[in-house]
Write a protein that binds this ligand. Structure first.
Ligand SMILES: [Zn+2]
Length: 380
């Protein structure tokens, strides 16, 4: 709500500055021309969150000064904010069809029309508006942001990567680098779905060149290495994850263990991981490794200790399930399983930006659309 109001005010203020600039220029020719006081009254009403009153002021102003585009731009933006987007489209299309409009004004109208089309869901048309705006330095940045979001919505990863790459080059801001790396990883994930492992590996390596600690890229590359029987490379990637993204280690324990085996070396790694960042997934892996060595009491003790240190339903149920499995693998276990049809998973996921909580890992949050903001957390 607040963001919407700020955006609208930015639009209106931009319109006002353009208005004043043009008035100043025209003052040199016609000194009697003055900025209409109602324009400021409309802005004042907007600042005081009275959009309905502001709407009426801008409607009157547009009727009084039909040749000036500022009141109509403010009016269109107001209609869009109120959800009357088709009305906004009509106003902006009308402006665009005016003959003799300068390039600067045309750019401002295209921007508004692009926003209208996005709001209404006509993404093809919005894309055309923003593509045209790329040629105008004043609006190119905002046009790129809009195009990026449109291509992400379409899952057109190569086009989204191209835009993100330009944003990295032009702004040098780290968040665009991370976004570009995520988009490359997304493209790699599509290649994997089509069983094109060579392309997937090339794209994942590109993602890691852009962002060397991207967890999803490390996970996928390690999996590809292991599938090729290259455990040395996979182990190097797990070690890199341990350093740069320890919260994601719980996702690769099974693959990691397959490279190391069940012996003492694996237990040493798990103890090191526990010391760095304890989690139920790691505790469970330690318990399984101890059980494989016949050290049942120690194995149960690890999950018991984890539950005492970090009590939660998932920790308790997984401890109990493991204890029953170790002590009573026969009918008692069957009865226990029948009563606890689903033991909670050791990991859950939470978005650091919007707080969305769930049992599925999303690399782009389905709620706030942020990339890489969803992280594994201890299951509740
Ligand atoms: Zn989120």
């Amino acid at each position: 709500m607040m963001n919407g109001l700020l955006l609208l005010l930015a639009t209106a203020l931009g319109a006002m500055l353009g208005y004043l600039g043009r008035r100043r220029r025209s003052d040199a020719v016609e000194s009697t021309h003055r900025c209409h006081p109602d324009y400021f009254r409309g802005l004042d009403l907007l600042l005081n969150e009275r959009p309905d009153d502001a709407l009426q002021v801008f409607i009157n102003l547009a009727e009084q000064e039909p040749r000036t585009i500022e009141p109509l731009l403010a009016l269109g933006a107001l209609y869009r904010r109120r959800g009357e987007t088709e009305q906004a489209v009509r106003i902006h299309q009308g402006l665009l069809s005016r003959p003799g409009m300068g390039e600067g004004d045309r750019g401002r109208v295209l921007l508004e029309l692009g926003r209208d089309y996005r709001a209404i869901g006509w993404l093809d048309r919005a894309e055309d508006m923003f593509r045209e705006l790329l040629a105008q330095a004043e609006h190119a940045g905002e046009a790129r942001l809009n195009l990026l979001e449109i291509y992400e919505q379409w899952r057109s990863w190569p086009q989204a990567v191209e835009i993100a790459e330009t944003l990295v080059r032009e702004t040098g801001v780290g968040c665009w680098r991370e976004r570009q790396a995520h988009l490359l990883a997304q493209q790699a994930s599509d290649a994997l779905k089509s069983a094109d492992e060579a392309s997937a590996e090339r794209l994942i390596r590109q993602a890691l060149d852009v962002e060397p600690s991207l967890p999803r890229a490390l996970i996928v590359l390690a999996r590809l290495a292991r599938q090729k029987g290259d455990c040395a490379s996979a182990l190097a990637l797990y070690a890199r994850m341990e350093e740069t993204a320890p919260e994601f280690v719980g996702l690769v324990l099974e693959d990691w263990q397959a490279c190391v085996g069940d012996g003492d070396a694996w237990l040493v790694i798990l103890e090191r991981l526990t010391a760095r960042r304890p989690s139920l997934a790691i505790a469970e892996a330690r318990a399984q490794a101890l059980k494989a060595q016949g050290r049942l009491a120690e194995a149960i003790g690890v999950l018991h200790a984890h539950y005492l240190a970090r009590p939660g339903r998932a920790a308790l149920e997984r401890f109990l399930a493991f204890a029953v499995e170790c002590r009573e693998p026969g009918p008692v276990l069957a009865t226990w399983r029948a009563q606890h049809a689903s033991v909670p998973a050791p990991l859950a996921y939470r978005c650091e930006k919007c707080g969305l909580h769930g049992e599925t890992l999303h690399w782009q949050c389905p709620s706030c659309r942020a990339w890489g903001s969803v992280k594994p957390v201890e299951a509740p």
